[in-house]
Design a protein around this ligand. Sequence first.
Ligand code: IPM
Ligand code: MN
Length: 367
Amino acid sequence: MKILVLAGDGVGPEVTGQAVRVLQWFAQNRNLDLRLTERDFGMTNWQKHGTLMPDETWEQIQAADAILFGATGSLDQAAVIPPEERRKGSLLRMRKGLDVFANMRPVKMQPALAEGSPYKPRVTEGVDLIFVRELTAGMYFGTPRGVETLPDGTRRGVNTHTYTEAEIRRAVRFAFELARSRRNHVTSVDKANVMEAGALWREIAGAIHKEEFPDVGFEHMLADNCAIQLARNPTRFDVLVTDNLFGDLLSDAAGAIIGSLGMLPSASLSAPDAQGRRRALYEPIHGSAPDIAGKGIANPLGSILSVAMMLRWSANRPEDAALLEKAVEGALAKGARTADIASPGEAVVSTSGMGDAVIAALENAAR
Ligand code: IPM
Ligand code: MN
């Protein structure tokens, strides 16, 4: 497996470093054939090369079987780098260029963290849901976009929410297929009551259910209602499928359930090519967290659990993926806590301390 590591900005290098350690453990102990390449991404590139994304990095991105991405964005980035360059070198360009439309964001309650959640244990117990967020269209990419000056001299910011039938169809199909391997239920989330693109989304999702997946439980839900259902009764969900912007907002909101965004992994996949291979981008859903960068206190579990998704979806090693997920559960059960998931009075480990705890749990499980 050719893996390109793009650790990026802020806490990216710290958390990704622990995820790479875990990958190397699988290479050494479970015969994972691993070829790792690392490249700078983001501000480091800008400082070294005067561009966020050198052409050579873009070639590496396209040649990789899978990409392990850390985080991007820093406050000075917005101030220093011109908008065209930001767009060219951005995470969004990578998502679009790789056409990784299916962004999976699992939210699974860790029993050991029940006390760390802002929600009551009776609400969080057994939460095991997954978002399929459409990642390459919608509000993030629609045109026209920009800031224009009106005849009266004032400015207007413009973004456009667009979805073609094909873009909706492939995301929704992906969600139905995923549901068949889980608890067999899909919730399709839109604002069909307000948006034309939402009404089209609803029409197509309903038709795909009826014509192709009648065996899968299905419901439509308005996005605002979905926000409150996620807070009140998150165990009612299995697979949620939604557009790029709602998926961004709702997955963060769902992250609150398990206590810290630092815990959440993601995988983004393209359609399979003729050989059945999908392009794949793995990243924790948290950002670069500049306020805690460089302190060695960030939670690496979002990145480590993204490696588990990589083992499942790119390496086709479901047993290794499960082994790693068990090891994370085991490390937490033994009390390993980074600051973001520690309850008052609990001892705290560093970023690399959490990596140690996961590796120890892997050693234990393999013995
Ligand atoms: C995410 C992030 C990104 C997004 C940002 C960093 C562009 O918030 O992956 O959820 O909005 O998609
Ligand atoms: Mn987000």
